[in-house]
Design a protein around this ligand. Structure first.
Ligand SMILES: [Zn+2]
Length: 273
C-alpha cells in the first residue's frame, strides 16, 4: 500500500493529502490509509485497520474521511480486495467540463475496463456520496465522481492501480485527440463486441460478466447510442454541468439551406457593395 501510494503521487494521480487506499485483509477487516497523510510519503504508522462498520481496530489517528466510500465498495462487491481513490487531474477535468468518459474510443480500454461512468456530485466523505456510488460500483471497476476524483476497484492493489492509470491515460489521449480535431468513437456494435470479449477473457464486475452474452454486454445504456462529447446521460456526462465544450469537427456543412444562410451572413458582414 505504501508503494502504491507513492506510485499514485509519482504518476500525478494525486497531490498533497489527496486520495486514499484500502485493501481487504484475510480476516475480513480493512487496511486503510489514515486521514491527513501524504500518499507519496506513506510510512507504516499511516496505515490503520478498521472493521466493516468503519470502527478502528488498530493504528493511531483517524481513518481516511472517505472510508464510507471504500466500505460501500466492499459491501457491493464480494469479488474485490482493494480500492484506490485518487484525484487524476485530466479525468477530473472531463467531469468539470461536462465531457463524458463513458465513451468507447480505445479498443484496448473497452476490452479491459469498459466505459467509465460519472457519478453525480455529492459532498466528499458523506454517506450520500457513498450511497450514490453503490449502483455504479456493481457494474463498473472504475468510476469518476463529478468534480472530485476516481474510485477504482480490483482483486489486488496492483489491479485497482492499473485501472486508475488506464483511466487517466485514456483521458489524456482523448483530450489530445480533441485538441487535434474530433474524437471518433468506435462503432457501437464493435464496442459491444469488444466488451463482451473482454468480460469473458479478463472478467469484471460479476453482474456485467453475467450479461456478457446479452446485447449491451456491460456497457452503460448511453454507450449504445453514443452521440459524442456532450451526451446528456447521467451514466456519462455530469447531467447538470451547464458548460458544453465546442467540438472541432472537419466535416462538410450538413444542408444546402445552412450553406445559404452562411453565405448570406458573410455577404451581410461585407456590407453593401
Ligand atoms: Zn477525494
Amino acid at each position: 500500500m505504501i508503494r502504491f501510494g507513492r506510485l499514485c503521487y509519482e504518476r500525478h494521480l494525486l497531490v498533497a493529502m489527496d486520495g486514499n487506499l484500502s485493501a481487504l485483509l484475510s480476516d475480513g477487516t480493512v487496511l486503510c490509509t489514515k486521514a491527513g497523510c501524504h500518499k507519496g510519503f506513506l510510512v507504516d504508522d499511516d496505515l490503520l485497520v478498521v472493521d466493516r462498520q468503519g470502527r478502528k481496530l488498530r493504528g493511531q489517528g483517524a481513518p481516511t474521511s472517505e472510508l464510507l466510500m471504500h466500505l460501500a465498495c466492499y459491501d457491493e462487491r464480494a469479488d474485490i480486495r482493494a480500492v484506490v481513490h485518487a484525484h487524476p487531474p485530466m479525468s477530473i477535468a472531463f467531469t468539470i467540463a461536462g465531457v463524458s468518459m463513458a465513451r468507447c474510443v480505445l479498443p484496448e480500454v473497452v476490452l479491459t475496463l469498459g466505459a467509465v461512468p460519472t457519478v453525480e456530485y455529492a459532498t466528499t466523505g458523506t454517506l450520500t456520496l457513498a450511497d450514490k456510488i453503490r449502483p455504479y460500483v456493481r457494474d463498473h471497476d472504475a468510476i469518476l465522481m463529478d468534480r472530485h476524483g476516481a474510485v477504482c476497484l480490483g482483486t489486488s492493489l496492483l489491479d485497482a492501480f492499473c485501472k486508475l492509470e488506464t483511466m487517466e491515460h485514456t483521458a489524456f489521449i482523448t483530450k489530445s485527440a480533441r485538441d487535434l480535431g474530433s474524437v471518433k468513437e468506435l462503432p457501437p456494435e464493435e464496442a459491444v463486441k469488444l466488451r463482451s470479449m473482454g468480460l469473458k477473457r479478463y472478467g469484471g464486475p460479476p453482474v456485467a460478466v453475467a450479461r456478457a452474452d446479452e446485447p449491451g454486454a456491460g456497457l452503460p445504456e448511453a454507450c449504445l447510442s453514443c452521440s459524442g462529447c456532450s451526451h446528456p446521460s447521467p451514466s456519462g456526462v455530469a447531467p447538470r454541468a451547464e458548460l458544453k465544450m465546442a467540438r472541432v469537427v472537419s466535416q462538410p456543412l450538413r444542408s444546402p439551406e445552412m450553406e445559404d444562410r452562411l453565405v448570406a451572413a458573410v455577404l451581410r458582414s461585407l456590407g453593401p457593395s
